[in-house]
Design a protein around this ligand. Sequence first.
Ligand code: ZN
Length: 341
Amino acid sequence: MDATRIATLPKVELHVHLEGTVSAATAVALATARGEDPAEVLVLEAGPDGALRYPRPFRDFLHFVDTFLASSAQVRTPADLTTVTEAFAAAQVAQGVRWSETTFTAVTMEQRGWEPRAMWEALAAGLAAQPDTHVGFILDTPRDLGVDVARRAAELAGDALAAGLPVVALGLTGVEGAVPVGEFAFLRAAADEFGIGLVPHAGEMGGPDVVRDSLDLLRPDRIGHGIATVQDADLLARVADEGVVLEVCPTSNVTLGIVGSLDEHPIRQLRDAGVALTVNSDDPPFFATTLRDELAHAVRLLDLDAAGLAALERRAVDASFAPAEVRTAVHAALDAWEAAG
Ligand SMILES: [Zn+2]
């Protein structure tokens, strides 16, 4: 399949962090505009052309987290957050993404001094500037910040919903194993109370036990990553049988050193076992990728034809929290795209 065909595919993205879409150039510009030295306040390296870029590859997960947090800490004013949100939405539209679910760590921004209402207004203003885009927010809590912070994250989601922000789910991110999964079981009750979803990361850095505990204790709507599922035959069969949808992010896993290379990525094993997977970019500029690149990798690794690629995106929209009219429009666009081939 040629690149043009993938470029025109109507796309759906379920796993992309808003702060993870801040490019090194944007972070440098924000720091420089305040008179700060980017080399001091950001985690960067010089690329082959001499321009500062995010480190590649990351030494480990914590090196990535340090880089991510230093970059997102530059998003300090409502104008900054609106600019970042608008740039994200524009990039999704440019890639043909019809529906995006983007994770935003409001609880970390609040710890940095943001007022909740200022965040919601800035995010809404960024989306309003790109009326062609359709976005739902996932408000996550990094598990390593603990249970009290997670309770606050749930409160913030309720506050954002009351303010009219399109929040579609709660998320659970951060260092797997830092706190037992069961301590976050209240997030399921909170999500149910708000009438939204719960989409924890699990089985990314962590093992199959984190995926199993998440299924048992959180009753998640989907699992972020979940690639460790292939390490346990019983779990693999269960995830396939129960139709658990995994948000697979191939280049993210390679760049963070979880798998050695794209060719060694377990995406084919998951597919061959009957697992319902989706393909996503996670933190595109940090991993020097785009959703389009990730879908091209999926086409190669899974040997997909047009029908297979359209089926991948149909599954993504079916597993999303998109409103009915968006689902209908995405299905129609995919039918037309497939027929045009
Ligand atoms: Zn993620």
